[in-house]
Design a protein around this ligand. Structure first.
Ligand code: 5AD
Ligand code: SF4
Ligand code: FES
Length: 346
C-alpha cells in the first residue's frame, strides 16, 4: 500500500496538498477504491440500502444553469402527482419491500406547506414503519420545522458546490451558496437526518473546488452524501459544456468513504447514465445506497434534469428487480430495512 493511502486509512483525513494529489490523478485509484470497499464492508458489510424515489413534480421556480427542469425551459411537459397518486407509488413500493420513500421535486409553489404537510401525514399514517425523505429544495426554517413535525425523517439538499465564486457561475443571482448552507444547518438543528452533496465535473469546477466541497462536508457532517457527474442537458445554458466523468466521480466516492466512514452514500442514476456500469462501480468504491425510480412510468421521461437519463423507459417499470440483479453480480446484497446510518457508538 502506498504511504498516501495508508495515511488516509489511518487518519481518515489528509492535507489539502495530499487531497489535490489524489483527486488530480488516476495513480491511486486501484488502492483507493479497494481500501474504500474494505471500510464499507467493516461498517456496513455487503448491505445495500434501498430508497424508492418518487419524482412528484417537475415544476420548478428556479433557474439553475445546469438543470433541464429550470423554469425557463419551456420545452418541458410539466406534471404534478396528486396525493392519491403519490400514495399509490408508496403502496407499490411497500409491496416491493421498500422501507424508505423519497419525495423529490422541483421548487413548486403549488405544494404549499399545508399541502406538503397533508401528504407527509398521510404517508406516515399509512406506512408508519417507513422512513420519509424530502428533497424539495430551499424553504424557510418554519416550513422545514412543519414538515418535520408532520413526520418527515430525512432531507436531501445538495450544496452543489461549496465555493461561493463557483456557485455563482452555476446559478442565477437570486441564489447563493450561503442561503443553501443556512438551509442545511437549519435542517440539522431541527433534527432531520441530512443529506448533502455536489456535482462532479460541473462547468468551471477545479480541483480546489472539489477540495472545498470535502471541507464543507466535514463542517456539516451530513448523514448522507450524494454525488454524481454533471451531465449536459441540451435545453440549458450549459448545453455546450462537456459532462463529468465516471472515473472522477468514482474516485470522489472512494475518498468520501474514507473521510466519512459511516455515511450513507448512494450510487446515483447520473453515474449509471454516464457509464452503463457506473452504479456498480460506485458500489465497489464505497457507495452503499441505491435509489430506484418509483415514479409512474408515464411521467418518468418528463423528469429529465439531464440528457439521456436512464430508468425512464417502459422496460424500467421495476427498477428494483433490475438493480437487485446488478447489485448481486457486483458482490453486494439488498436489505429491506429503513436503512438508517450506523454510528461509531452502535
Ligand atoms: N447533471 C447532473 N446532475 C444534475 N442535477 C441537476 N442538474 C443536473 C445535471 N445536468 C443534480 C443536482 C440536484 C440533483 C437533484 O440533481 O445536484 O441537486
Ligand atoms: Fe429546480 Fe432543482 Fe433543477 Fe435547480 S436543480 S432548476 S432547484 S429542479
Ligand atoms: Fe432502473 Fe435498471 S435500475 S431500469
Amino acid at each position: 500500500m502506498t504511504d498516501m493511502i495508508r495515511k488516509l486509512r489511518e487518519n481518515r483525513d489528509l492535507s489539502d496538498e495530499e487531497l489535490r494529489e489524489i483527486i488530480s490523478s488516476a495513480r491511486f485509484d486501484d488502492e483507493l477504491i479497494s481500501s474504500a470497499d474494505m471500510i464499507r464492508r467493516e461498517i456496513y458489510s455487503d448491505e445495500v440500502y434501498l430508497r424508492g424515489l418518487i419524482e412528484f413534480t417537475n415544476y420548478c421556480r428556479r433557474n439553475c444553469f445546469y438543470c433541464g427542469l429550470r423554469a425557463e425551459n419551456k420545452a418541458v411537459n410539466r406534471y404534478r402527482l396528486s396525493k392519491e397518486e403519490i400514495l399509490s407509488c408508496c403502496e407499490e413500493g411497500y409491496r416491493l419491500s421498500y422501507r424508505t420513500f423519497v419525495l423529490q421535486g422541483g421548487e413548486d409553489p403549488y405544494y404549499t406547506d399545508d399541502r406538503m404537510t397533508e401528504i407527509i401525514k398521510s404517508i406516515k399514517e399509512r406506512f408508519p414503519d417507513c422512513a420519509l425523505t424530502l428533497s424539495i429544495g430551499e424553504k424557510s426554517r418554519e416550513s422545514y420545522q412543519r414538515f418535520f413535525d408532520a413526520g418527515a425523517d430525512r432531507y436531501l439538499l445538495r450544496h452543489e458546490t461549496a465555493k461561493d465564486e463557483h456557485y455563482r457561475r452555476l446559478h442565477p443571482e437570486s441564489m447563493s451558496s450561503q442561503a443553501r448552507k443556512e438551509c442545511l444547518f437549519a435542517l440539522k438543528e431541527i433534527g432531520y437526518q441530512v443529506g448533502s452533496g455536489f456535482m462532479v465535473g460541473s462547468p468551471f469546477q477545479t480541483t480546489e473546488d472539489l477540495i472545498a466541497d470535502l471541507r464543507f462536508l466535514q463542517e456539516l457532517h451530513p448523514d448522507m452524501i450524494g454525488i454524481g457527474p454533471f451531465i449536459s442537458h441540451h435545453q440549458t445554458p450549459f448545453r455546450d459544456f462537456s459532462s463529468g466523468t465516471a472515473a472522477l466521480t468514482v474516485r470522489m466516492i472512494a475518498l468520501l468513504r474514507h473521510l466519512f466512514p459511516y455515511a450513507l452514500i448512494p450510487s446515483t442514476t447520473a453515474l449509471g447514465t454516464i457509464d452503463p456500469m457506473g452504479r456498480e462501480k460506485g458500489l465497489k468504491a464505497g457507495a452503499n445506497v441505491v435509489m430506484p425510480n418509483l415514479s409512474p412510468v408515464s411521467v418518468r421521461k418528463q423528469y429529465e434534469i439531464y440528457d439521456d437519463k436512464i430508468c425512464t423507459g417502459e422496460e424500467s417499470a421495476q427498477c428494483k428487480g433490475c438493480l437487485e440483479r446488478r447489485i448481486n453480480i457486483a458482490g453486494y446484497r439488498i436489505v429491506t430495512s429503513r436503512g438508517d446510518a450506523k454510528t461509531a457508538e452502535k
